[in-house]
Design a protein around this ligand. Structure first.
Ligand SMILES: Cc1cc2nc3c(=O)[nH]c(=O)nc-3n(C[C@H](O)[C@H](O)[C@H](O)COP(=O)(O)OP(=O)(O)OC[C@H]3O[C@@H](n4cnc5c(N)ncnc54)[C@H](O)[C@@H]3O)c2cc1C
Length: 438
Protein backbone atom coordinates (compact mmCIF):
# COMPACT_ATOMS: atom_id res chain seq x y z
CA UNK A 1 0.00 0.00 0.00
CA UNK A 2 1.31 3.47 -0.87
CA UNK A 3 0.66 6.54 1.25
CA UNK A 4 -0.96 9.37 -0.66
CA UNK A 5 -1.60 13.01 0.11
CA UNK A 6 -3.61 15.76 -1.49
CA UNK A 7 -2.49 19.36 -1.87
CA UNK A 8 -3.52 20.46 1.63
CA UNK A 9 -1.56 17.56 3.24
CA UNK A 10 -4.11 17.21 6.04
CA UNK A 11 -5.04 13.62 5.09
CA UNK A 12 -2.70 10.64 4.86
CA UNK A 13 -4.41 7.86 2.94
CA UNK A 14 -3.07 4.44 2.01
CA UNK A 15 -3.83 3.04 -1.41
CA UNK A 16 -3.13 0.19 -3.74
CA UNK A 17 -1.83 2.00 -6.85
CA UNK A 18 -2.89 0.89 -10.33
CA UNK A 19 -1.49 3.52 -12.74
CA UNK A 20 -3.22 3.91 -16.10
CA UNK A 21 -0.95 3.70 -19.12
CA UNK A 22 -3.53 3.03 -21.80
CA UNK A 23 -7.02 4.43 -22.13
CA UNK A 24 -8.70 1.14 -22.77
CA UNK A 25 -6.84 -1.24 -20.51
CA UNK A 26 -9.46 -2.84 -18.25
CA UNK A 27 -10.33 -1.30 -14.90
CA UNK A 28 -8.58 -3.01 -11.96
CA UNK A 29 -10.30 -6.19 -10.90
CA UNK A 30 -10.74 -6.09 -7.16
CA UNK A 31 -11.38 -9.48 -5.63
CA UNK A 32 -10.94 -7.95 -2.16
CA UNK A 33 -13.92 -5.70 -2.88
CA UNK A 34 -11.87 -2.50 -2.80
CA UNK A 35 -13.34 0.55 -4.48
CA UNK A 36 -11.47 2.42 -7.21
CA UNK A 37 -10.85 6.11 -8.01
CA UNK A 38 -8.99 8.08 -10.69
CA UNK A 39 -6.19 10.40 -9.52
CA UNK A 40 -4.96 13.31 -11.64
CA UNK A 41 -2.24 15.54 -10.16
CA UNK A 42 -3.63 15.47 -6.61
CA UNK A 43 -4.15 19.24 -6.69
CA UNK A 44 -7.46 19.00 -4.83
CA UNK A 45 -6.92 20.32 -1.32
CA UNK A 46 -8.94 17.84 0.72
CA UNK A 47 -9.81 14.16 0.25
CA UNK A 48 -11.83 14.20 -2.98
CA UNK A 49 -8.83 12.72 -4.86
CA UNK A 50 -8.05 10.13 -2.16
CA UNK A 51 -9.51 6.67 -1.59
CA UNK A 52 -8.17 5.46 1.75
CA UNK A 53 -7.91 1.66 1.85
CA UNK A 54 -8.95 1.42 -1.80
CA UNK A 55 -7.40 1.45 -5.26
CA UNK A 56 -6.13 4.69 -6.78
CA UNK A 57 -5.54 4.97 -10.53
CA UNK A 58 -2.95 7.68 -11.29
CA UNK A 59 -3.69 8.90 -14.84
CA UNK A 60 -0.63 11.04 -15.55
CA UNK A 61 0.78 8.60 -18.10
CA UNK A 62 -2.51 8.50 -19.98
CA UNK A 63 -1.69 11.84 -21.59
CA UNK A 64 -1.64 11.54 -25.37
CA UNK A 65 -3.06 14.06 -27.81
CA UNK A 66 -5.61 12.27 -30.00
CA UNK A 67 -6.46 15.08 -32.40
CA UNK A 68 -5.95 18.82 -32.61
CA UNK A 69 -7.64 20.86 -35.32
CA UNK A 70 -5.55 24.01 -35.61
CA UNK A 71 -8.21 25.70 -37.74
CA UNK A 72 -11.16 25.25 -35.38
CA UNK A 73 -9.38 24.89 -32.02
CA UNK A 74 -11.07 21.57 -31.23
CA UNK A 75 -8.73 19.42 -29.13
CA UNK A 76 -9.21 15.81 -28.08
CA UNK A 77 -6.75 14.27 -25.63
CA UNK A 78 -6.47 11.58 -23.02
CA UNK A 79 -7.71 12.67 -19.63
CA UNK A 80 -4.31 12.54 -17.90
CA UNK A 81 -2.93 15.38 -20.09
CA UNK A 82 -2.14 18.39 -17.95
CA UNK A 83 -3.34 21.91 -18.66
CA UNK A 84 0.35 22.78 -18.73
CA UNK A 85 1.01 20.42 -21.65
CA UNK A 86 -2.13 21.58 -23.46
CA UNK A 87 -0.97 25.20 -23.24
CA UNK A 88 2.47 24.23 -24.57
CA UNK A 89 0.74 22.63 -27.52
CA UNK A 90 -1.93 25.16 -28.38
CA UNK A 91 -0.57 28.64 -27.49
CA UNK A 92 1.99 28.78 -30.36
CA UNK A 93 -0.93 28.21 -32.77
CA UNK A 94 -2.97 31.03 -31.24
CA UNK A 95 -5.30 28.98 -29.02
CA UNK A 96 -5.86 29.11 -25.28
CA UNK A 97 -7.77 27.05 -22.74
CA UNK A 98 -11.31 28.41 -22.33
CA UNK A 99 -11.09 28.32 -18.51
CA UNK A 100 -8.02 27.97 -16.28
CA UNK A 101 -7.76 27.67 -12.50
CA UNK A 102 -4.98 29.16 -10.34
CA UNK A 103 -2.55 26.39 -11.34
CA UNK A 104 -1.74 24.78 -14.68
CA UNK A 105 -0.56 21.58 -12.97
CA UNK A 106 -3.86 19.75 -13.13
CA UNK A 107 -5.19 17.16 -15.55
CA UNK A 108 -8.00 17.41 -18.05
CA UNK A 109 -9.87 14.67 -16.11
CA UNK A 110 -9.46 16.59 -12.83
CA UNK A 111 -10.68 19.82 -14.49
CA UNK A 112 -13.85 18.03 -15.61
CA UNK A 113 -14.48 16.00 -12.44
CA UNK A 114 -14.45 19.20 -10.32
CA UNK A 115 -15.87 21.35 -13.13
CA UNK A 116 -13.30 24.00 -12.33
CA UNK A 117 -13.83 27.74 -12.68
CA UNK A 118 -11.42 30.58 -13.41
CA UNK A 119 -11.20 34.36 -13.35
CA UNK A 120 -13.56 34.48 -16.36
CA UNK A 121 -16.58 32.72 -14.89
CA UNK A 122 -18.77 35.75 -15.61
CA UNK A 123 -17.75 35.62 -19.29
CA UNK A 124 -17.23 31.92 -20.05
CA UNK A 125 -18.81 29.84 -17.27
CA UNK A 126 -17.07 26.71 -16.01
CA UNK A 127 -14.66 24.33 -17.76
CA UNK A 128 -17.57 21.94 -18.33
CA UNK A 129 -19.28 24.47 -20.60
CA UNK A 130 -16.50 23.86 -23.15
CA UNK A 131 -16.43 20.05 -23.07
CA UNK A 132 -17.86 18.88 -26.40
CA UNK A 133 -17.62 15.17 -25.61
CA UNK A 134 -15.94 12.69 -23.30
CA UNK A 135 -15.52 8.95 -23.05
CA UNK A 136 -16.36 7.25 -19.80
CA UNK A 137 -15.19 3.79 -18.75
CA UNK A 138 -17.49 2.17 -16.24
CA UNK A 139 -17.11 -1.08 -14.38
CA UNK A 140 -20.11 -2.78 -15.93
CA UNK A 141 -20.21 -1.47 -19.51
CA UNK A 142 -18.05 -0.91 -22.53
CA UNK A 143 -16.72 2.69 -22.80
CA UNK A 144 -19.53 5.21 -23.30
CA UNK A 145 -19.44 8.35 -25.40
CA UNK A 146 -21.08 11.20 -23.48
CA UNK A 147 -21.88 14.64 -24.90
CA UNK A 148 -24.62 17.27 -24.77
CA UNK A 149 -26.61 15.03 -27.21
CA UNK A 150 -25.47 11.52 -26.34
CA UNK A 151 -25.90 9.85 -22.93
CA UNK A 152 -26.70 13.37 -21.79
CA UNK A 153 -27.61 12.51 -18.21
CA UNK A 154 -24.31 10.71 -17.69
CA UNK A 155 -22.46 13.62 -19.32
CA UNK A 156 -24.09 16.04 -16.88
CA UNK A 157 -23.36 13.79 -13.91
CA UNK A 158 -19.70 13.36 -14.92
CA UNK A 159 -19.00 17.10 -15.21
CA UNK A 160 -18.41 18.04 -11.59
CA UNK A 161 -19.08 14.37 -10.72
CA UNK A 162 -16.06 14.05 -8.38
CA UNK A 163 -14.72 11.03 -10.26
CA UNK A 164 -17.60 8.86 -9.04
CA UNK A 165 -19.33 8.12 -12.34
CA UNK A 166 -16.36 6.21 -13.85
CA UNK A 167 -12.99 6.86 -15.46
CA UNK A 168 -12.85 9.62 -18.09
CA UNK A 169 -10.50 8.20 -20.72
CA UNK A 170 -10.49 11.17 -23.12
CA UNK A 171 -12.27 14.46 -23.57
CA UNK A 172 -12.76 16.87 -26.43
CA UNK A 173 -12.77 20.59 -25.68
CA UNK A 174 -13.23 23.79 -27.62
CA UNK A 175 -10.24 26.12 -27.21
CA UNK A 176 -10.43 29.89 -27.49
CA UNK A 177 -8.67 32.00 -30.13
CA UNK A 178 -5.94 34.41 -28.97
CA UNK A 179 -3.63 36.75 -30.84
CA UNK A 180 -1.02 37.10 -28.13
CA UNK A 181 0.20 35.21 -25.07
CA UNK A 182 0.13 38.46 -23.11
CA UNK A 183 -2.59 39.95 -20.96
CA UNK A 184 -3.29 43.67 -20.69
CA UNK A 185 -4.03 44.07 -17.03
CA UNK A 186 -4.94 46.65 -14.42
CA UNK A 187 -4.51 46.30 -10.69
CA UNK A 188 -6.60 48.61 -8.54
CA UNK A 189 -6.48 49.00 -4.78
CA UNK A 190 -9.94 48.66 -3.23
CA UNK A 191 -10.78 50.00 0.22
CA UNK A 192 -13.63 47.69 1.22
CA UNK A 193 -16.19 45.11 0.16
CA UNK A 194 -18.60 47.65 -1.38
CA UNK A 195 -15.87 49.07 -3.56
CA UNK A 196 -14.88 45.55 -4.64
CA UNK A 197 -18.48 44.66 -5.57
CA UNK A 198 -19.02 47.91 -7.50
CA UNK A 199 -15.76 47.52 -9.38
CA UNK A 200 -16.46 43.89 -10.11
CA UNK A 201 -19.92 44.67 -11.52
CA UNK A 202 -18.66 47.55 -13.67
CA UNK A 203 -15.66 45.50 -14.96
CA UNK A 204 -17.57 42.38 -16.00
CA UNK A 205 -18.71 43.84 -19.31
CA UNK A 206 -15.31 45.02 -20.57
CA UNK A 207 -12.88 42.63 -18.89
CA UNK A 208 -12.77 38.90 -19.47
CA UNK A 209 -10.81 38.20 -16.30
CA UNK A 210 -11.54 39.67 -12.87
CA UNK A 211 -10.51 38.68 -9.35
CA UNK A 212 -9.37 40.38 -6.17
CA UNK A 213 -6.79 39.52 -3.55
CA UNK A 214 -8.26 40.16 -0.11
CA UNK A 215 -6.70 41.17 3.20
CA UNK A 216 -8.45 38.60 5.40
CA UNK A 217 -7.41 40.33 8.63
CA UNK A 218 -8.80 43.78 7.70
CA UNK A 219 -11.55 44.74 10.14
CA UNK A 220 -14.59 46.99 10.42
CA UNK A 221 -14.85 49.59 7.67
CA UNK A 222 -11.78 48.08 5.96
CA UNK A 223 -13.31 44.64 5.63
CA UNK A 224 -12.96 43.51 2.02
CA UNK A 225 -9.90 45.70 1.42
CA UNK A 226 -7.63 44.32 -1.29
CA UNK A 227 -6.16 44.58 -4.75
CA UNK A 228 -8.51 44.04 -7.69
CA UNK A 229 -7.10 42.59 -10.91
CA UNK A 230 -8.78 42.75 -14.28
CA UNK A 231 -7.47 41.92 -17.72
CA UNK A 232 -7.98 40.86 -21.31
CA UNK A 233 -5.90 38.92 -23.77
CA UNK A 234 -3.84 41.46 -25.67
CA UNK A 235 -5.09 42.03 -29.21
CA UNK A 236 -1.68 43.12 -30.39
CA UNK A 237 -0.31 40.32 -32.51
CA UNK A 238 2.97 38.98 -31.13
CA UNK A 239 5.28 36.88 -33.19
CA UNK A 240 5.72 33.32 -32.01
CA UNK A 241 3.31 33.47 -29.03
CA UNK A 242 5.79 32.36 -26.33
CA UNK A 243 4.58 29.70 -23.91
CA UNK A 244 5.53 29.41 -20.25
CA UNK A 245 8.77 28.06 -18.79
CA UNK A 246 9.12 25.28 -16.21
CA UNK A 247 8.86 26.36 -12.52
CA UNK A 248 12.00 28.11 -11.29
CA UNK A 249 12.42 26.98 -7.70
CA UNK A 250 11.20 24.17 -5.50
CA UNK A 251 10.21 25.12 -1.92
CA UNK A 252 13.02 23.35 -0.03
CA UNK A 253 11.60 22.38 3.38
CA UNK A 254 8.49 22.00 5.50
CA UNK A 255 8.39 25.43 7.16
CA UNK A 256 8.18 25.40 10.97
CA UNK A 257 4.60 26.03 12.12
CA UNK A 258 5.49 28.96 14.40
CA UNK A 259 6.31 31.06 11.30
CA UNK A 260 2.62 31.18 10.47
CA UNK A 261 0.95 33.47 12.91
CA UNK A 262 -1.18 36.58 12.98
CA UNK A 263 1.87 38.85 12.87
CA UNK A 264 3.50 37.23 9.84
CA UNK A 265 0.17 37.19 8.01
CA UNK A 266 -0.41 40.87 8.88
CA UNK A 267 3.08 41.76 7.63
CA UNK A 268 2.49 39.87 4.38
CA UNK A 269 -0.89 41.53 3.83
CA UNK A 270 0.59 44.98 4.53
CA UNK A 271 3.41 44.41 2.06
CA UNK A 272 1.08 43.03 -0.62
CA UNK A 273 -1.37 45.92 -0.35
CA UNK A 274 1.38 48.52 -0.40
CA UNK A 275 3.63 46.99 -3.06
CA UNK A 276 1.79 49.23 -5.52
CA UNK A 277 2.10 52.93 -4.73
CA UNK A 278 -0.64 54.39 -6.93
CA UNK A 279 -4.30 53.38 -6.65
CA UNK A 280 -4.39 52.02 -10.21
CA UNK A 281 -1.62 50.46 -12.26
CA UNK A 282 -1.73 49.28 -15.87
CA UNK A 283 0.69 46.73 -17.25
CA UNK A 284 1.12 43.87 -19.68
CA UNK A 285 1.97 40.44 -18.33
CA UNK A 286 2.62 37.04 -19.86
CA UNK A 287 -0.28 34.65 -19.21
CA UNK A 288 1.86 32.54 -16.86
CA UNK A 289 2.38 35.06 -14.00
CA UNK A 290 -1.11 36.50 -14.59
CA UNK A 291 -2.99 33.22 -14.21
CA UNK A 292 -0.53 31.02 -12.33
CA UNK A 293 1.66 33.17 -10.04
CA UNK A 294 2.04 30.37 -7.50
CA UNK A 295 3.29 27.86 -10.06
CA UNK A 296 6.67 29.66 -10.04
CA UNK A 297 7.40 27.90 -6.74
CA UNK A 298 7.13 24.11 -6.86
CA UNK A 299 5.65 22.42 -3.74
CA UNK A 300 4.71 25.75 -2.15
CA UNK A 301 2.24 23.82 0.02
CA UNK A 302 5.25 22.99 2.23
CA UNK A 303 5.19 26.64 3.35
CA UNK A 304 2.45 25.55 5.73
CA UNK A 305 4.62 22.98 7.46
CA UNK A 306 4.07 19.30 8.20
CA UNK A 307 0.59 19.82 9.63
CA UNK A 308 -0.63 21.06 6.26
CA UNK A 309 -3.37 23.56 5.60
CA UNK A 310 -6.98 23.91 4.58
CA UNK A 311 -8.60 25.93 1.90
CA UNK A 312 -12.11 27.13 2.63
CA UNK A 313 -14.09 28.21 -0.45
CA UNK A 314 -17.74 29.15 -0.47
CA UNK A 315 -20.18 30.91 -2.76
CA UNK A 316 -23.07 32.99 -1.44
CA UNK A 317 -25.91 33.92 -3.79
CA UNK A 318 -26.36 37.62 -4.70
CA UNK A 319 -29.99 37.33 -3.61
CA UNK A 320 -28.93 37.36 0.07
CA UNK A 321 -27.23 40.76 -0.30
CA UNK A 322 -23.73 41.58 0.97
CA UNK A 323 -24.53 40.97 4.64
CA UNK A 324 -23.52 37.29 4.87
CA UNK A 325 -20.18 37.85 3.05
CA UNK A 326 -19.44 40.76 5.37
CA UNK A 327 -20.36 38.57 8.33
CA UNK A 328 -17.96 35.83 7.24
CA UNK A 329 -15.10 38.28 6.75
CA UNK A 330 -15.80 39.66 10.22
CA UNK A 331 -15.73 36.21 11.84
CA UNK A 332 -12.42 35.41 10.12
CA UNK A 333 -10.69 38.66 11.03
CA UNK A 334 -11.90 38.41 14.64
CA UNK A 335 -10.63 34.83 14.88
CA UNK A 336 -7.14 36.08 14.01
CA UNK A 337 -6.76 32.97 11.84
CA UNK A 338 -6.49 34.91 8.60
CA UNK A 339 -4.62 33.66 5.62
CA UNK A 340 -1.94 34.87 3.21
CA UNK A 341 -3.95 33.72 0.29
CA UNK A 342 -7.46 34.98 0.12
CA UNK A 343 -9.27 35.75 -3.09
CA UNK A 344 -12.73 37.07 -3.79
CA UNK A 345 -14.60 36.97 -7.08
CA UNK A 346 -18.13 37.15 -8.40
CA UNK A 347 -19.61 34.27 -10.41
CA UNK A 348 -21.84 35.18 -13.34
CA UNK A 349 -25.04 33.49 -14.42
CA UNK A 350 -23.77 31.15 -17.15
CA UNK A 351 -25.15 27.80 -16.11
CA UNK A 352 -22.82 24.82 -15.98
CA UNK A 353 -23.88 21.53 -17.54
CA UNK A 354 -22.72 19.70 -14.39
CA UNK A 355 -25.33 18.38 -11.96
CA UNK A 356 -23.07 18.94 -8.94
CA UNK A 357 -21.03 21.89 -10.22
CA UNK A 358 -20.04 24.30 -7.49
CA UNK A 359 -20.38 27.75 -9.15
CA UNK A 360 -23.67 29.64 -9.05
CA UNK A 361 -24.33 33.37 -9.42
CA UNK A 362 -22.94 35.10 -6.35
CA UNK A 363 -19.82 36.03 -4.45
CA UNK A 364 -17.14 33.40 -3.94
CA UNK A 365 -14.27 33.66 -1.48
CA UNK A 366 -11.35 31.21 -1.16
CA UNK A 367 -9.01 31.39 1.85
CA UNK A 368 -6.06 29.29 2.98
CA UNK A 369 -5.73 28.51 6.70
CA UNK A 370 -2.79 26.81 8.41
CA UNK A 371 -3.99 23.61 10.07
CA UNK A 372 -4.33 24.56 13.74
CA UNK A 373 -6.39 21.47 14.51
CA UNK A 374 -9.58 21.91 16.49
CA UNK A 375 -9.29 25.70 16.52
CA UNK A 376 -9.48 25.83 12.72
CA UNK A 377 -12.26 23.24 12.51
CA UNK A 378 -14.35 25.21 15.02
CA UNK A 379 -13.88 28.34 12.94
CA UNK A 380 -15.12 26.44 9.85
CA UNK A 381 -18.22 25.28 11.77
CA UNK A 382 -19.04 28.90 12.49
CA UNK A 383 -18.48 29.89 8.85
CA UNK A 384 -20.50 26.89 7.58
CA UNK A 385 -23.50 28.10 9.55
CA UNK A 386 -23.49 31.48 7.78
CA UNK A 387 -22.92 29.86 4.36
CA UNK A 388 -25.65 27.24 4.77
CA UNK A 389 -28.24 29.49 6.42
CA UNK A 390 -27.93 31.88 3.49
CA UNK A 391 -28.30 29.39 0.64
CA UNK A 392 -24.57 29.16 -0.09
CA UNK A 393 -22.41 26.15 -0.80
CA UNK A 394 -18.87 24.87 -0.24
CA UNK A 395 -16.48 23.62 -2.94
CA UNK A 396 -15.66 19.87 -2.67
CA UNK A 397 -12.34 20.32 -4.53
CA UNK A 398 -11.12 22.42 -1.61
CA UNK A 399 -13.04 20.89 1.24
CA UNK A 400 -11.69 18.73 4.06
CA UNK A 401 -14.30 19.16 6.79
CA UNK A 402 -17.88 19.17 5.41
CA UNK A 403 -20.22 16.65 7.05
CA UNK A 404 -23.20 14.75 5.65
CA UNK A 405 -25.76 17.38 6.58
CA UNK A 406 -23.72 20.26 5.16
CA UNK A 407 -23.16 18.41 1.88
CA UNK A 408 -26.86 17.67 1.46
CA UNK A 409 -27.75 21.30 2.12
CA UNK A 410 -25.11 22.54 -0.33
CA UNK A 411 -26.07 20.06 -3.05
CA UNK A 412 -29.79 19.23 -2.99
CA UNK A 413 -29.37 17.99 -6.62
CA UNK A 414 -27.66 14.94 -5.14
CA UNK A 415 -30.76 12.74 -5.56
CA UNK A 416 -30.51 13.13 -9.38
CA UNK A 417 -26.79 12.36 -9.25
CA UNK A 418 -26.94 9.14 -7.19
CA UNK A 419 -28.27 6.85 -9.99
CA UNK A 420 -25.20 7.70 -12.13
CA UNK A 421 -22.55 6.68 -9.63
CA UNK A 422 -20.55 3.64 -10.71
CA UNK A 423 -20.86 1.15 -7.81
CA UNK A 424 -17.17 0.19 -8.13
CA UNK A 425 -16.02 3.80 -7.59
CA UNK A 426 -15.72 5.68 -4.31
CA UNK A 427 -13.51 8.23 -2.55
CA UNK A 428 -12.58 9.25 0.99
CA UNK A 429 -14.55 12.47 0.43
CA UNK A 430 -17.63 10.57 -0.71
CA UNK A 431 -17.61 8.26 2.31
CA UNK A 432 -17.33 11.35 4.53
CA UNK A 433 -20.29 13.22 3.04
CA UNK A 434 -22.68 10.50 1.96
CA UNK A 435 -24.34 8.26 4.56
CA UNK A 436 -24.75 5.22 2.31
CA UNK A 437 -21.30 5.31 0.67
CA UNK A 438 -19.47 2.01 1.08
C1 LIG B 1 -2.75 26.47 -6.43
C2 LIG B 1 -4.12 25.95 -6.77
C3 LIG B 1 -5.04 26.81 -7.35
C4 LIG B 1 -6.31 26.35 -7.68
N1 LIG B 1 -7.18 27.22 -8.25
C5 LIG B 1 -8.43 26.80 -8.60
C6 LIG B 1 -9.34 27.68 -9.23
O1 LIG B 1 -9.03 28.85 -9.48
N2 LIG B 1 -10.55 27.19 -9.60
C7 LIG B 1 -10.90 25.89 -9.36
O2 LIG B 1 -12.03 25.52 -9.72
N3 LIG B 1 -10.05 25.03 -8.75
C8 LIG B 1 -8.84 25.46 -8.38
N4 LIG B 1 -7.96 24.59 -7.77
C9 LIG B 1 -8.39 23.20 -7.54
C10 LIG B 1 -8.03 22.27 -8.71
O3 LIG B 1 -8.19 22.93 -9.94
C11 LIG B 1 -8.98 21.06 -8.70
O4 LIG B 1 -8.93 20.42 -7.47
C12 LIG B 1 -8.67 20.07 -9.84
O5 LIG B 1 -9.74 19.17 -9.93
C13 LIG B 1 -7.39 19.28 -9.59
O6 LIG B 1 -7.13 18.47 -10.71
P1 LIG B 1 -6.15 17.21 -10.62
O7 LIG B 1 -5.83 16.78 -12.01
O8 LIG B 1 -5.03 17.50 -9.71
O9 LIG B 1 -7.14 16.12 -10.02
P2 LIG B 1 -7.11 15.40 -8.59
O10 LIG B 1 -7.04 16.44 -7.53
O11 LIG B 1 -6.10 14.33 -8.60
O12 LIG B 1 -8.57 14.76 -8.59
C14 LIG B 1 -9.70 15.59 -8.51
C15 LIG B 1 -10.96 14.79 -8.85
O13 LIG B 1 -10.91 14.44 -10.21
C16 LIG B 1 -11.15 13.06 -10.38
N5 LIG B 1 -10.46 12.64 -11.60
C17 LIG B 1 -9.18 12.92 -11.97
N6 LIG B 1 -8.94 12.35 -13.16
C18 LIG B 1 -10.07 11.71 -13.55
C19 LIG B 1 -10.43 10.92 -14.68
N7 LIG B 1 -9.58 10.67 -15.68
N8 LIG B 1 -11.67 10.39 -14.71
C20 LIG B 1 -12.56 10.62 -13.72
N9 LIG B 1 -12.28 11.36 -12.63
C21 LIG B 1 -11.04 11.90 -12.56
C22 LIG B 1 -10.59 12.44 -9.11
O14 LIG B 1 -11.16 11.17 -8.85
C23 LIG B 1 -11.03 13.47 -8.07
O15 LIG B 1 -12.37 13.25 -7.72
C24 LIG B 1 -6.67 24.99 -7.44
C25 LIG B 1 -5.74 24.13 -6.86
C26 LIG B 1 -4.48 24.59 -6.54
C27 LIG B 1 -3.47 23.65 -5.91
Amino acid sequence: MAIGESWGRTFKASHKLEPRNWMHSPLPSNPEGRSILAYGMGKSYGDSCLNDGGILMPTQRMNRVIKFDRETGVLRCEAGATLESILQLCVPDGWFLPVVPGTKFITLGGAIANDIHGKNHHASGTFGCHVRALELMRSEDSPKLCSPDKNTDLYKATIGGLGLTGLITWAEIQLKKIKSSFINMESIKVRDLDEFLDLSASSDKDFEYTVSWLDSLARGRNSGKGVFLRGNHSSEEHKGLPTHRPPKFPWPIDAPNFLLNKLSIKAFNFAYYNKQFSRKKQSTAHYDPFFFPLDALHDWNRVYGKRGFFQYQFVLPFAEGHGPVRNILRIISESGQGSFLAVIKTFGNIESPGLLSFPRPGVTVALDFPNNGQQTRLLFKELDKVVLDNGGRLYPAKDACMDIEAFERCYPEIKNFLPHIDPAFSSSFWRRVHPKAA
